[in-house]
Design a binder for this molecule. Sequence first.
Ligand SMILES: [Ca+2]
Ligand SMILES: [Ca+2]
Ligand SMILES: [Ca+2]
Length: 230
Amino acid sequence: MRGLLHVASSCCAIVAVCTTLALGCSLLLSDTCIGQVRINEILADPGQDWNGDGAIDFKNDEWVEIVNGGSDITSLENLRLSDGSQLTFRYGFSGFLAPGARVVVYGSQSVAWELANGWATAGLSLNNAGDSVHLWHVTASDTTLVDSYTYVSHEALKDRSTGRVPDGGDTWSIFDALNPYSGTTPPLGTGCRPTPGIVNGCPTAVTASTWGAVKQLFAETGRGAQPNGR
Ligand SMILES: [Ca+2]
Ligand SMILES: [Ca+2]
Ligand SMILES: [Ca+2]
Protein backbone atom coordinates (compact mmCIF):
# COMPACT_ATOMS: atom_id res chain seq x y z
CA MET A 1 0.00 0.00 0.00
CA ARG A 2 1.33 3.44 -0.89
CA GLY A 3 0.32 6.76 0.55
CA LEU A 4 1.40 10.38 0.87
CA LEU A 5 1.44 12.20 4.16
CA HIS A 6 1.83 15.99 4.21
CA VAL A 7 3.28 16.87 7.60
CA ALA A 8 4.04 20.59 7.38
CA SER A 9 4.56 23.59 6.93
CA SER A 10 4.58 27.29 6.04
CA CYS A 11 7.30 26.99 3.40
CA CYS A 12 8.33 23.40 2.82
CA ALA A 13 5.88 20.59 2.48
CA ILE A 14 7.42 17.56 4.14
CA VAL A 15 6.13 14.48 2.39
CA ALA A 16 6.44 11.03 3.83
CA VAL A 17 6.28 8.33 1.18
CA CYS A 18 5.14 5.08 2.75
CA THR A 19 5.68 1.95 0.73
CA THR A 20 3.85 -0.26 3.18
CA LEU A 21 1.97 0.32 6.37
CA ALA A 22 4.39 -1.92 8.21
CA LEU A 23 7.62 -0.31 7.02
CA GLY A 24 8.93 3.12 7.84
CA CYS A 25 8.45 6.10 5.60
CA SER A 26 11.17 7.93 3.72
CA LEU A 27 11.03 11.68 4.15
CA LEU A 28 11.25 13.91 1.11
CA LEU A 29 11.46 17.66 1.25
CA SER A 30 9.85 19.60 -1.53
CA ASP A 31 11.87 22.17 -3.44
CA THR A 32 9.44 24.98 -2.73
CA CYS A 33 11.63 26.44 0.02
CA ILE A 34 14.90 26.77 -1.87
CA GLY A 35 14.45 30.54 -1.99
CA GLN A 36 15.41 30.75 1.66
CA VAL A 37 18.95 29.50 0.85
CA ARG A 38 21.32 32.37 0.07
CA ILE A 39 24.96 32.96 -0.77
CA ASN A 40 26.33 34.16 2.58
CA GLU A 41 30.10 34.73 2.34
CA ILE A 42 32.77 34.59 -0.37
CA LEU A 43 36.57 34.50 -0.19
CA ALA A 44 38.06 34.89 -3.66
CA ASP A 45 41.78 35.49 -3.06
CA PRO A 46 43.19 33.07 -0.50
CA GLY A 47 46.55 33.83 1.07
CA GLN A 48 46.48 31.01 3.58
CA ASP A 49 45.51 27.36 3.87
CA TRP A 50 41.77 27.82 4.26
CA ASN A 51 40.80 24.23 3.43
CA GLY A 52 43.36 22.77 5.84
CA ASP A 53 45.11 20.45 3.38
CA GLY A 54 48.59 21.73 4.28
CA ALA A 55 49.12 23.82 1.15
CA ILE A 56 48.21 27.34 0.11
CA ASP A 57 46.63 27.30 -3.32
CA PHE A 58 44.90 30.06 -5.30
CA LYS A 59 42.26 27.61 -6.53
CA ASN A 60 41.76 25.01 -3.78
CA ASP A 61 41.59 27.56 -0.93
CA GLU A 62 38.89 29.80 -2.40
CA TRP A 63 35.53 29.30 -0.71
CA VAL A 64 31.84 30.13 -0.83
CA GLU A 65 29.43 29.78 2.11
CA ILE A 66 25.67 29.41 1.80
CA VAL A 67 23.11 29.76 4.60
CA ASN A 68 19.56 28.63 5.18
CA GLY A 69 17.97 31.92 6.21
CA GLY A 70 14.48 30.47 6.53
CA SER A 71 12.64 28.49 9.17
CA ASP A 72 12.40 25.14 7.38
CA ILE A 73 14.91 22.39 6.74
CA THR A 74 15.76 22.47 3.05
CA SER A 75 17.01 19.94 0.55
CA LEU A 76 20.16 21.06 -1.27
CA GLU A 77 20.09 18.24 -3.83
CA ASN A 78 19.38 20.36 -6.90
CA LEU A 79 21.42 23.43 -6.01
CA ARG A 80 24.46 24.32 -8.14
CA LEU A 81 27.07 27.08 -7.88
CA SER A 82 28.55 29.01 -10.76
CA ASP A 83 30.65 32.12 -11.15
CA GLY A 84 30.40 34.84 -13.78
CA SER A 85 30.42 32.23 -16.50
CA GLN A 86 26.80 31.57 -15.65
CA LEU A 87 25.77 28.02 -16.47
CA THR A 88 29.21 26.47 -16.20
CA PHE A 89 28.54 24.79 -12.91
CA ARG A 90 31.34 24.73 -10.34
CA TYR A 91 29.73 22.66 -7.57
CA GLY A 92 26.59 20.63 -6.86
CA PHE A 93 25.28 20.47 -3.31
CA SER A 94 23.74 17.45 -1.62
CA GLY A 95 22.04 16.67 1.66
CA PHE A 96 19.92 18.99 3.77
CA LEU A 97 20.44 22.32 5.50
CA ALA A 98 18.75 23.08 8.82
CA PRO A 99 17.23 26.52 9.51
CA GLY A 100 20.01 28.97 10.38
CA ALA A 101 22.73 26.50 9.36
CA ARG A 102 25.43 27.18 6.81
CA VAL A 103 27.77 25.12 4.71
CA VAL A 104 31.04 26.14 3.09
CA VAL A 105 32.42 24.84 -0.20
CA TYR A 106 36.17 25.06 -0.79
CA GLY A 107 37.80 25.17 -4.21
CA SER A 108 39.22 21.70 -3.61
CA GLN A 109 35.69 20.32 -3.17
CA SER A 110 34.67 22.12 -6.32
CA VAL A 111 37.52 20.51 -8.28
CA ALA A 112 36.53 17.06 -7.00
CA TRP A 113 32.90 17.64 -8.02
CA GLU A 114 33.94 18.92 -11.45
CA LEU A 115 36.13 15.86 -12.00
CA ALA A 116 33.31 13.53 -11.00
CA ASN A 117 30.77 15.28 -13.22
CA GLY A 118 32.74 15.87 -16.39
CA TRP A 119 33.32 19.62 -16.06
CA ALA A 120 36.63 21.43 -16.56
CA THR A 121 38.51 21.53 -13.25
CA ALA A 122 38.58 25.30 -12.80
CA GLY A 123 37.45 25.10 -9.18
CA LEU A 124 35.13 27.87 -8.01
CA SER A 125 36.92 30.23 -10.41
CA LEU A 126 36.44 33.38 -8.31
CA ASN A 127 38.11 36.27 -10.11
CA ASN A 128 40.18 38.48 -7.80
CA ALA A 129 39.35 41.61 -9.79
CA GLY A 130 35.61 41.16 -9.23
CA ASP A 131 33.16 38.48 -10.25
CA SER A 132 29.65 37.16 -9.72
CA VAL A 133 28.58 34.07 -7.77
CA HIS A 134 25.30 32.44 -8.72
CA LEU A 135 23.23 29.81 -6.92
CA TRP A 136 20.98 27.82 -9.23
CA HIS A 137 18.18 25.32 -8.76
CA VAL A 138 18.35 22.73 -11.50
CA THR A 139 15.77 20.14 -12.44
CA ALA A 140 15.22 18.15 -15.62
CA SER A 141 12.92 20.83 -16.98
CA ASP A 142 13.97 24.07 -15.28
CA THR A 143 17.06 26.05 -14.27
CA THR A 144 16.16 28.82 -11.84
CA LEU A 145 18.40 31.48 -10.32
CA VAL A 146 17.99 31.25 -6.53
CA ASP A 147 20.50 33.89 -5.48
CA SER A 148 23.35 35.91 -6.92
CA TYR A 149 26.01 38.32 -5.69
CA THR A 150 28.48 40.46 -7.62
CA TYR A 151 31.58 41.56 -5.71
CA VAL A 152 34.05 44.27 -6.67
CA SER A 153 37.83 44.14 -6.45
CA HIS A 154 38.27 45.56 -2.94
CA GLU A 155 36.05 42.80 -1.54
CA ALA A 156 38.39 40.21 -3.00
CA LEU A 157 41.86 41.25 -1.91
CA LYS A 158 44.10 38.71 -0.16
CA ASP A 159 42.34 36.88 2.69
CA ARG A 160 39.39 39.28 2.75
CA SER A 161 35.94 37.77 2.56
CA THR A 162 32.71 39.55 1.77
CA GLY A 163 29.45 38.46 3.30
CA ARG A 164 26.00 39.23 4.61
CA VAL A 165 25.47 40.87 8.00
CA PRO A 166 23.63 39.33 9.69
CA ASP A 167 23.74 35.88 8.12
CA GLY A 168 21.18 35.68 5.32
CA GLY A 169 20.43 39.43 5.57
CA ASP A 170 20.49 42.01 2.80
CA THR A 171 23.60 44.02 3.74
CA TRP A 172 27.08 43.01 2.63
CA SER A 173 30.28 43.89 4.51
CA ILE A 174 33.93 42.93 4.27
CA PHE A 175 35.59 40.65 6.82
CA ASP A 176 39.00 42.26 6.72
CA ALA A 177 40.81 41.48 9.98
CA LEU A 178 43.61 39.79 8.02
CA ASN A 179 43.90 42.60 5.47
CA PRO A 180 42.24 45.79 6.73
CA TYR A 181 40.27 47.95 4.30
CA SER A 182 40.50 51.70 4.95
CA GLY A 183 38.63 52.89 1.88
CA THR A 184 35.24 54.56 1.82
CA THR A 185 33.70 52.71 -1.11
CA PRO A 186 31.04 50.26 0.08
CA PRO A 187 30.94 47.61 1.21
CA LEU A 188 33.03 48.71 4.17
CA GLY A 189 35.23 46.64 6.45
CA THR A 190 34.13 45.17 9.78
CA GLY A 191 37.55 44.41 11.28
CA CYS A 192 36.32 40.83 11.78
CA ARG A 193 37.93 37.68 10.40
CA PRO A 194 36.44 35.61 7.60
CA THR A 195 34.26 32.83 9.04
CA PRO A 196 34.00 29.80 6.74
CA GLY A 197 31.22 27.54 7.98
CA ILE A 198 30.30 29.66 11.00
CA VAL A 199 28.19 32.75 11.64
CA ASN A 200 29.39 35.98 10.02
CA GLY A 201 30.78 38.61 12.40
CA CYS A 202 33.23 39.00 15.23
CA PRO A 203 33.21 36.26 17.86
CA THR A 204 32.34 37.37 21.40
CA ALA A 205 35.48 38.32 23.30
CA VAL A 206 36.57 35.84 25.96
CA THR A 207 38.16 37.27 29.09
CA ALA A 208 41.01 35.27 30.61
CA SER A 209 40.53 34.39 34.29
CA THR A 210 42.00 32.23 37.03
CA TRP A 211 40.35 29.24 38.74
CA GLY A 212 40.47 31.14 42.03
CA ALA A 213 38.59 34.06 40.50
CA VAL A 214 35.92 31.71 39.12
CA LYS A 215 35.44 30.07 42.56
CA GLN A 216 35.22 33.49 44.17
CA LEU A 217 32.54 34.53 41.65
CA PHE A 218 30.47 31.42 42.43
CA ALA A 219 30.87 31.97 46.20
CA GLU A 220 29.65 35.56 45.87
CA THR A 221 26.60 34.70 43.78
CA GLY A 222 25.72 31.47 45.58
CA ARG A 223 25.52 29.63 42.27
CA GLY A 224 28.08 27.09 43.41
CA ALA A 225 26.30 26.18 46.68
CA GLN A 226 25.36 22.51 47.14
CA PRO A 227 22.28 21.35 49.11
CA ASN A 228 24.38 19.46 51.67
CA GLY A 229 26.98 22.18 51.96
CA ARG A 230 29.67 20.46 49.82
CA1 LIG B 1 40.60 33.79 -7.01
CA1 LIG C 1 44.91 24.60 1.12
CA1 LIG D 1 30.53 32.75 7.68
